[in-house]
Design a protein around this ligand. Structure first.
Ligand code: ADP
Length: 250
């Protein structure tokens, strides 16, 4: 049995090593693309477009966009690695999920307005407490609501809800439903993988890094919660996060 165990550990170590190498390759590629574009524009500005004032303005705008994309990517990579470093620590703050949800609906409202999406929140009138890390839970809410607004904008509305769930073990659920194109079933199991995107061009156009749901998944795991993704293509997508409720019910 010892030998079998040894081999199993070896293959899982190899698998981890392969995943790590894959991640580094993906991250490098994602950073290299905007960097190559920036270098290209710098060379053009130093050479052929040196005296073209109009082109300069346009190129600088594009360059700013590329630099912002690199910054978003690095910020997300740093968030992910910070969360991973804390993976073994259990969160200890008592946090009200309803406050988190309403705060984030407010924060996302300028983006929603810009995209013509109405975000409606259905929240209980009493606090819904979980043991958690406030900033991390805000991040979960931010990523899920922003995705619903960005990818589901054609649906025109997004429903955010916090509720207690029925059952013997007190649980609370935070859910975000959009009414956009939804996600085909074959993509669902891979959505939380780092850099996995249904449509890379669309994700880039919308300012995505491909790390948002990986960050959500890591945070939810650290909180011993569950992430559930349900979608009927053509009818939108629903992301639900469930946690144990903290303390006795009032
Ligand atoms: P990104 O930075 O690309 O948005 P995420 O990890 O947040 O990365 O999401 C991964 C992919 O999942 C997205 O690129 C998109 O294809 C898909 N996705 C996420 N949320 C939704 C949604 N609400 N509706 C449809 N597709 C979605």
């Amino acid at each position: 049995a010892g030998v079998v165990l040894f081999f199993r550990d070896l293959t899982s170590a190899r698998r981890l090593e392969a995943m790590r190498a894959d991640f580094v390759a993906n991250a490098s590629h994602e950073l290299r693309t905007p960097l190559a574009s920036l270098l290209g524009f710098i060379e053009t500005l130093q050479g052929p477009a040196r005296d073209d004032v109009k082109a300069r303005e346009r190129f600088l705008d594009i360059m700013k966009g590329q630099a912002q994309r690199m910054k978003r990517l690095i910020d997300d990579l740093l968030s992910l690695s910070r969360i991973e470093m804390r993976a073994h620590l259990s969160p200890t703050q008592t946090v009200d999920l309803a406050t988190i949800a309403s705060q984030m609906v407010e924060t996302v409202s300028p983006l929603a307005k810009e995209r013509g999406v109405v975000v409606k929140a259905t929240l209980p009138d009493r606090p819904v407490l979980v043991l958690g890390d406030r900033d991390e839970l805000l991040r979960v809410a931010e990523n899920l609501i922003e995705n619903a607004v960005k990818y589901g904008e054609s649906g025109g509305k997004v429903d955010v809800a916090v509720a207690r769930t029925e059952g013997p073990v007190p649980q609370v659920a935070f859910s975000v439903q959009d009414y956009g194109p939804g996600i085909a079933p074959e993509h669902l199991p891979r959505l939380t993988e780092r850099f996995y995107r249904v449509d890379v061009v669309q994700s880039r156009d919308k300012g995505g890094t491909g790390l948002g749901l990986a960050i959500v998944k890591h945070i939810v795991n650290r909180h011993r919660g569950h992430l559930d993704i349900a979608s009927e293509p053509g009818q939108g997508a629903r992301f639900t996060v469930r946690f144990s409720e903290a303390g006795p019910r009032p």
